[in-house]
Design a protein around this ligand. Structure first.
Ligand SMILES: [Cu+2]
Length: 206
């Protein structure tokens, strides 16, 4: 199996599976316990209710276990979040501008177009601004999404490990043609990317 297109895919999918896994185990456990007790303490069997007072160990356990579980979810979520926000110093910067209903990507040499070209294996920082209303740049295959907010510059960062073409969507409802606000991110081998970047016209129509 080829590696995931970005490190974020592994991080996000792990956190997702971890949380869903714990939730499913709890759901099944609680459901089985409920059904079991419904039958075990059925009124027809003649059980008498008993008055129970505190049990310190039981209480410690049912506070400690959920706390540890929730903190472990937070730990994996937060370390994953840091991975998104800590951008390497040498990251290649591309400025993205959103407007109703298209994207524009600006490169440091003045090149601009509506498709995002990036070199493979190079840390990328995309700086996001909007010309009109709020949008959100979403690359599902990379597991990254960041709101594009009027009046401020947000960013998202990634390193593409695989060449190829992946969808970009707008993930913040922004008006009539929001659902049509799609484009592509195209990951090229590094040398091919710089050839493309410095070419006068777009030679990479694939
Ligand atoms: Cu939009």
């Amino acid at each position: 199996m080829s590696p995931a297109p970005t490190q974020h895919v592994e991080t996000v999918d792990f956190v997702m599976l971890y949380i869903v896994g714990i939730s499913v185990i709890l759901l099944i456990g609680i459901t089985i316990a409920m059904v079991y007790f419904v039958f075990k303490y059925n009124r027809k069997k003649g059980h008498q209710p008993v008055d129970i007072h505190g049990n310190i160990w039981l209480e410690i356990i049912w506070i400690a276990i959920p706390t540890i579980l929730v903190l472990s979810m937070f730990y994996y979520g937060y370390t994953g979040f840091r991975e998104y926000r800590d951008v390497p110093e040498n990251a290649y910067i591309i400025k993205a501008t959103a407007r109703m209903w298209a994207w524009e990507f600006n490169y440091d040499n003045g090149k601009k177009l509506d498709t995002l070209y990036v070199p493979q294996g190079v840390p990328i920082k995309v700086e996001l601004t909007s010309q009109d209303v709020n949008h959100s740049l979403y690359i599902p295959a990379f597991r990254i999404k960041e709101d594009v907010i009027v009046g401020r510059t947000n960013y998202l960062a990634f390193t593409a490990r695989q060449t190829g073409s992946y969808d970009i969507a707008c993930a913040e409802y922004c008006g009539l043609n929001h659902s049509m606000m799609y484009t592509k991110v195209k990951v090229l081998p590094e040398n091919q990317f710089y050839t493309w970047l410095n070419a006068k016209t777009d030679t990479t129509q694939n």
